[in-house]
Every structure is written in structure tokens, then in C-alpha cells.
Design a binder for this molecule. Structure first.
Ligand code: SF4
Ligand code: SF4
Length: 466
């Protein structure tokens, strides 16, 4: 296996390249057929950090599924090295990059500290700019990115989706398999769609209960606000109970996570600027997020806007305030009384919380602080459930295999409730549990804490399905 050489024709540094791709670099790369142009190419230094030891292989979901070297982290790093050495961006190379879930289990597993997260993010941006996808793939991606990062558009779907679920049409489609035959992508979305609950939107400002300990801005999110408004409502109640004044400006929009994780860097930058603009004059001490995928991209805003002189400092200041809900609660320490929840739960680490942000101890510490709650570990915890942003929509069959694998591991714990901190994981595991005709209640960490603080008892959680 060859390593990246210093002979590739582009500057591999992450230094002062402009925000807009330099036209000459792009044209030169296109003319000489090399994989990457000079606008943020993947770093040859990071490629050369990989010593090919293979410790990452068994944690990589695509390697676990297919056993193919080129669908492992080591294989993809090798392909990136080939691209840096002057190989063209072939369909097969792009296929292996597209197959990556971006779960970052390999980053956790790597003893050499290889920053695969940076490599794949830069590679994906190059692929999106420089590779012509097939018509069907282009249309599907255009539809996804015209819908998912727009909370208002997603909210418009709530009414029809609710009607579809309540009049029994969804069950009919499931039983007959008609939707799967007519429109497979819609069938995938249909299988993932959560049971909708009507919850009023939170007000723009919620006062702290008791002494105010912090002022926090809160991200309501896209999928979270449209399909899991109850998670946001629980988050607001917990923060207020723990002495936080919560600021929730309406119209805050998307954080850009889906875009940046899929190589749409300029779109992500636009979302990031708007979000920073919405919150920067609120006087918040912290910015709280309750969705793992969003949190991981918010913590990278400093890098995302580093090339933009007008926004770099603001982005870095914003990033310094970002906390996952579990982080801020542990940082502040509890003041609200926890009431007993005599039940068993299995805690699932969302990849973008555990692998990408390294937040594993805090959610467990919060659950451990609830009297009589038993937390059970899940086997193969490091392996992704197959959700991975929109990966499960773009790759429904392998995603379902990974979902089934995760559902088996979750059900084997015998726990009454599955707890996790990402809407994508909740939908993915719920769909897999339904496919097995099994049942388990599912909840966000916020639901469990909220139920304990409000003394609702286990019944409030055991009735929860997604
Ligand atoms: S990010 Fe996940 S899917 Fe991609 S190479 Fe790493 S372990 Fe494999
Ligand atoms: S564990 Fe790290 S060094 Fe070893 S093959 Fe994987 S990425 Fe390379």
C-alpha cells in the first residue's frame, strides 16, 4: 500500500486559502485530471500519520458489513493518498468515500491519532465540487438538501404525516409493501418517520427557576424541532429547573451539520453565519444543543469559518460557548431534586456525541444521579446504528442491516427503555425494533432527566415509542 507522497500538485496545508475555491486551482486540477484541487485538499500530513496497523478496522461499520479493505478507514486513507499522488477521482473511489458513514469510530480507535474526520470532510467537499454524480443520485441529494436543513419546510410535513399515520394508511403501506415497490426512498423515509406528538413551541425566553446560574442560548434544530418538539420542551424545563435562563430566538434555522458532513461546505458556512448572527447579541454564557450531530458541527465553527476574516473571530468565540446538554448540566452541577425512577435503561452513545465529541461520561453521570435507575451497557457500543445523518436515506439496505444489528444488541440487554441523545439514532433504532416485531420504549436523555425532576415515575417513559 503506497503512502501519500509530496509530489501531488496542490498545496496540502490548511492555511490561508480563500473561502471561494481559487478558479485557477480548480481548472488546473480539472485539466490534468487529478483528484483534488488546491482549495482545502485533504492533508498529506494526516494521510502519512496512518501506519496501516488496522486497529480501526473492526470498529468501522462498512468493514464489519462487507470485509472490504477499501471500505475500511485504512483503505479510504490509502485512496485519499492515491488522489494526492495524482490519481483521478474515479467513480469507484467516490463510491468508497460515499460509503463512509462519517461515524468517527475509527478516530476513537486509532492509537496513532489519525484525524480521519478532517480527511473525510475535506475529501467530501472536493467530491461535491469536482465529481459529476448520476442523475438519480443528483436528484435525490437535491431533494434531501432542499428539505432537511429547513425546519419550516419540515414542519409543513407534520400535518400530512400525522393524518397518514392516524387514518391507518401507514400500516396499510407497511403490510402491502406497495410504497416500497412504487417509491423506495419514500418507503425508507416512511419506515423512519417517528410517531408525531403535538407540543407547543417554546417561548423565546424562559426564566430560571430559583437563583439564576447561567444564561444559555438553545438550538431548536431542524428534525428535532419538527419531529421531536417534546425533546426541546424537556430540555427547556431541565435547564430552567437547574437555574438557567433559556434564550430561544425564533427563526434560528439550521446549524449546517448535514451540509458540512456531506461536503457542502459553502452552504454550511451560510447556515453558520446566520446562526451566529442570531445569537451573538443575546448575551448568552453558553450555547446548548441536545442533538449529537448538530453539536459536533457547532464545535467546528471556528474551523469552518477560519478563512473568512469577517467571521473567524466571531465563529471561534461562538464555538467556545457550545455545550451538549449533558456537558452543561455536569459542569453546573445539579440543584433540582432527582426523584427515583425504578427501571432499567440501555444507554446508546450516538456516534457524533461519543466518537466526534468525546462526550461519554457526562450522560452516564447524569443517569447515575437518578435514584433507582439501572443503566445497562450495550454490546458493540462503538459500532454505528446506521443512521449517520442522511446516510440511511442514501443507503437504505446497509443502513437497515446496521440498524438490525444495533436493535439486536439493544434488545439483548433486556432493558425497558433505550436512551440516546440524537433524533437520527432514535428513529433508526425504532424502525429496526419495529421490523423485528419487538417492543422497547425509547427516549432522549432529556426525557429521562425531566421525568425524574418532575417526579413523573417510570410510566411516563415506558409509554414512549418513536
Ligand atoms: S468514519 Fe465510520 S464508516 Fe467512515 S471510515 Fe471511519 S469508522 Fe468507517
Ligand atoms: S488505526 Fe489509525 S494508524 Fe492504524 S490503520 Fe487505522 S487509521 Fe491507520
Amino acid at each position: 500500500m503506497s503512502e501519500a507522497t509530496g509530489s501531488h500538485p496542490v498545496d496540502a496545508s490548511h492555511g490561508a486559502t480563500p473561502t471561494t475555491p481559487a478558479t485557477t486551482d480548480v481548472l488546473r486540477a480539472a485539466e490534468n485530471g487529478t483528484a483534488f484541487d488546491g482549495h482545502h485538499p485533504p492533508s498529506a500530513d494526516i494521510v502519512s500519520d496512518c501506519v496501516h496497523c488496522g486497529f480501526c478496522l473492526t470498529t468501522c461499520p462498512t468493514y464489519v458489513l462487507w470485509g472490504e479493505e477499501m471500505d475500511s478507514p485504512r483503505g479510504r486513507i490509502h485512496l485519499i493518498g492515491q488522489g494526492l499522488s495524482g490519481e483521478p477521482l474515479s467513480d469507484s473511489m467516490v463510491g468508497h468515500f460515499d460509503n463512509c458513514l462519517g461515524c468517527m469510530a475509527c478516530v476513537t480507535a486509532c492509537p496513532s491519532g489519525v484525524r480521519y474526520d478532517r480527511l473525510i470532510e475535506d475529501t467530501r467537499a472536493q467530491v461535491e465540487r469536482r465529481h459529476q454524480r448520476g442523475a438519480r443520485d443528483r436528484a435525490l441529494r437535491a431533494a434531501i438538501f432542499a428539505l432537511f436543513p429547513y425546519p419550516r419546510r419540515l414542519r409543513l410535513l407534520r400535518g400530512p404525516l400525522r393524518a397518514y399515520q392516524t387514518i391507518g394508511l401507514q400500516r396499510l403501506m407497511e403490510r402491502t409493501g406497495l410504497l416500497k415497490r412504487l417509491a423506495p426512498t419514500l418507503a425508507t423515509l416512511d419506515a423512519l418517520a417517528p410517531r408525531l406528538r403535538g407540543v407547543p413551541r417554546p417561548p423565546a425566553r424562559v426564566r430560571a427557576r430559583g437563583e439564576r446560574r447561567a444564561v444559555v442560548g438553545m438550538l431548536t434544530g431542524c428534525v428535532q424541532s419538527a419531529f421531536f418538539p417534546d425533546v426541546n420542551a424537556a430540555t427547556v424545563r431541565i435547564l430552567a429547573a437547574e437555574g438557567c435562563e433559556v434564550l430561544i430566538p425564533p427563526g434560528q434555522g439550521c446549524c449546517g451539520a448535514l451540509s458540512v458532513h456531506n461536503g457542502r461546505r459553502e452552504e454550511a458556512q451560510r447556515f453558520a453565519r446566520k446562526l451566529i448572527d442570531t445569537f451573538e447579541r443575546t448575551g448568552m454564557d453558553y450555547f446548548v444543543v441536545n442533538a449529537a450531530g448538530c453539536g459536533s458541527s457547532l464545535k467546528e465553527y471556528g474551523d469552518l469559518l477560519a478563512d473568512d476574516p469577517a467571521w473567524a473571530a466571531k465563529a471561534a468565540a461562538f464555538t467556545a460557548k457550545v455545550r451538549d446538554l449533558s456537558e452543561i448540566l455536569v459542569e453546573l452541577g445539579p440543584v433540582a431534586r432527582r426523584h427515583p425512577l425504578p427501571m432499567s435503561v440501555a444507554y446508546h452513545d450516538a456516534c457524533h456525541l461519543g466518537h466526534a465529541q468525546g462526550v461519554r461520561a457526562q450522560p452516564r453521570a447524569l443517569l447515575a444521579g437518578i435514584p433507582e435507575l439501572e443503566v445497562r451497557p450495550i454490546a458493540e457500543a462503538e459500532i454505528c446504528c446506521g443512521s449517520a445523518g442522511v446516510w440511511n436515506v442514501l443507503n437504505p439496505e446497509p443502513a437497515a442491516e446496521l440498524g438490525d444489528r444495533k436493535a439486536r444488541a439493544v434488545l439483548a440487554t433486556g432493558a425497558e427503555l433505550l436512551v440516546t441523545a440524537n433524533p437520527g439514532c432514535l428513529m433508526q433504532v425504532a424502525a429496526a425494533v419495529r421490523r423485528r416485531d419487538a417492543t422497547i420504549s425509547l427516549a432522549h436523555t432529556a426525557h429521562v432527566l425531566d421525568a425524574s425532576i418532575r417526579n413523573l415515575g417510570p410510566e411516563a417513559l415506558l409509554s414512549r415509542t418513536v
